[in-house]
Design a protein around this ligand. Structure first.
Ligand code: ATP
Ligand code: MG
Length: 466
């Protein structure tokens, strides 16, 4: 049987699963990178703010009033702690309501007046760097008045940014490591998901074309509707095939037999009557019955061949013996017109793997054509030989031959333009090509250079004899 053309392959479920898995993982890695960077920045800023806050308090604590003068004791140890993270730059300023007392006079001041217990934190750009600043107010008794002194301490945060960057980069590397792992994991997961589908497809493919039992292969719940639909199709196909089988066999009996009966009756009536007008009529009747009986036979044979090629069951067939028996049955018709039928190569068995009934019908059609299109007293030769791995059955005649302009004569109901006077339905060669295709062989019809036609049927030899 010819394998049905597969529908064009769509997307691959497996590939789609792997891609989706990998794309999702990549998205997660990017999200992880930014989340870790954000968290690391927050954590390091909080801890550095604590240090900066402690530093500004200790600077504030170093302010004293000595004999109506302000004195500042700068805590250098604290400053070196601030720079410990990286090569940070540190700025400070002490100012009163009257102006700068000491330090950098243009250092950005806080927007709000800071309290004297907990420092105020803010950020500002200063001298080309981004600074994090902490400010504090200290009250000092200077003689009779209380002086409010704002202490501002700022530092660059190069170290913090570097730490956040490094941490996020490490997280990204770990994420990429996971990503590399996701591809094999995704492949494995996709395979596990697809495996039941593969198994089901395998189970269905493994069965022969004749096996029309319902598919009862265990399948996951998601495939149950598909299995139901498949079994529905199988059941319908089984019903249709049964119907076709019944029709072919019943029709063969109920059409062929009565037709030949009617024909015999008409022929007998023709022999018995002497009335010329009635004889004319009976002759037309016999011819019409002959034609319809021939068409019915060919149509039924064609249906049988289609049915059997669908249900193709190959078994060893000896083509030599089969060709011999078909030749004998055709010879009876040939002898009536003095056509000599010869055979070559039938003395050796020639086993092919196929359906004997189909091959017989094909051979009968080829020989029938050779006889039908030969003149009285013509010659028909059947030659059987082996050609490569094929059995080659060649039937040559010296008949009317083919007309060069005629298109492919193997099509349904196609007949040559030179055969109008010969009864025929145009299905014989369709049947032959169908049989050849079902067996994996081929059929050719070619004119012979001298006179007549050469029909050649190739059928693959069974492997044991090839
Ligand atoms: N041996 C042959 N010699 C000449 N023409 C042939 C020969 N074999 C086939 N043909 C041509 O091929 C055409 C198709 O052949 P095919 O056997 O299909 O039809 P048919 O013989 O006309 O009808 P039937 O269905 O009754 O066999 C024929 O009508 C004829 O024109
Ligand atoms: Mg024919």
């Amino acid at each position: 049987m010819k394998p049905a053309a597969a529908s064009p392959a769509g997307f691959s479920l497996r590939r789609r699963l792997v891609w989706q898995f990998a794309a999702l993982s990549l998205l997660l890695v990017v999200a992880l990178f930014f989340a870790v960077r954000f968290a690391a920045e927050r954590a390091s800023r909080a801890s550095q703010d604590a240090v900066l806050g402690a530093a500004v308090i200790s600077v504030g604590d170093g302010i004293r009033a000595v004999e109506e003068e302000l004195e500042l004791d700068l805590p250098y140890a604290t400053f070196s702690m601030l720079g410990a993270m990286g090569n940070e730059r540190i700025f400070y300023s002490l100012s009163t309501g009257d102006g700068l007392v000491t330090g950098y006079d243009d250092l950005p001041q806080p927007q709000v007046t800071p309290g004297d217990l907990s420092p105020v934190f803010y950020g500002a750009d200063y001298r080309g760097s981004r600074l994090r600043l902490a400010a504090l107010t200290r009250r000092v008794l200077l003689g009779q008045r209380i002086e409010e002194i704002t202490v501002v301490l700022g530092q660059t945060r190069y170290g913090q940014a570097a730490i956040a960057r490094d941490t996020a980069r490490s997280a990204a590397w770990i994420g990429l490591g996971f990503l590399a792992l996701t591809v094999p994991v995704a492949l494995w997961a996709a395979r596990a998901v697809i495996r039941p589908v593969d198994r089901l497809a395998e189970a269905v493919t493994r069965r022969g074309p004749q096996d029309l039992r319902p598919v009862l292969h265990p399948a996951p719940r998601e495939l149950v509707p598909l299995m139901g639909a498949l079994n529905g199709f199988i059941a319908r196909l089984r019903g249709a095939l049964q119907l076709a089988e019944t029709f072919i066999f019943e029709a063969a009996h109920r059409i062929r037999t009565p037709l030949s009966l009617v024909r015999t009756e008409a022929e007998m009536a023709l022999a018995e009557t002497t009335d010329e007008a009635l004889r004319q009529r009976l002759r037309r009747m016999v011819r019409a019955i002959g034609e319809s009986s021939r068409s019915a036979n060919q149509i039924l044979d064609h249906a049988m061949v289609l049915y059997r090629s669908d249900q193709f069951m190959a078994e060893p067939v000896d083509v030599a013996a089969l060709a011999g028996s078909v030749l004998r049955s055709v010879r009876a018709v040939a002898e009536m017109r003095d056509i000599e039928m010869r055979a070559e190569g039938l003395d050796q068995p020639c086993p092919v793997l196929g359906d004997a009934r189909m091959i017989e019908v094909a051979l009968r059609n080829i020989l029938d054509n050779a006889v039908k299109f030969s003149p009285d007293e013509g010659n028909v030769l059947l030659r059987l030989s082996r050609d490569g791995g094929m059995a080659r059955i060649e039937v040559t005649d010296q008949g009317r031959g083919l007309v060069a302009g005629d298109a492919d004569l193997t099509g349904r109901f196609r007949r040559g333009s030179n055969v109008g006077d010969v009864v025929g339905s145009g299905l014989g060669l369709t049947i032959v090509t169908e049989v050849a295709a079902a067996h994996g062989g081929r059929f050719t019809l070619s004119p012979r250079p001298e006179k007549g036609t050469c029909a050649t049927l190739f059928l693959p030899l069974s492997s044991a004899s090839a």
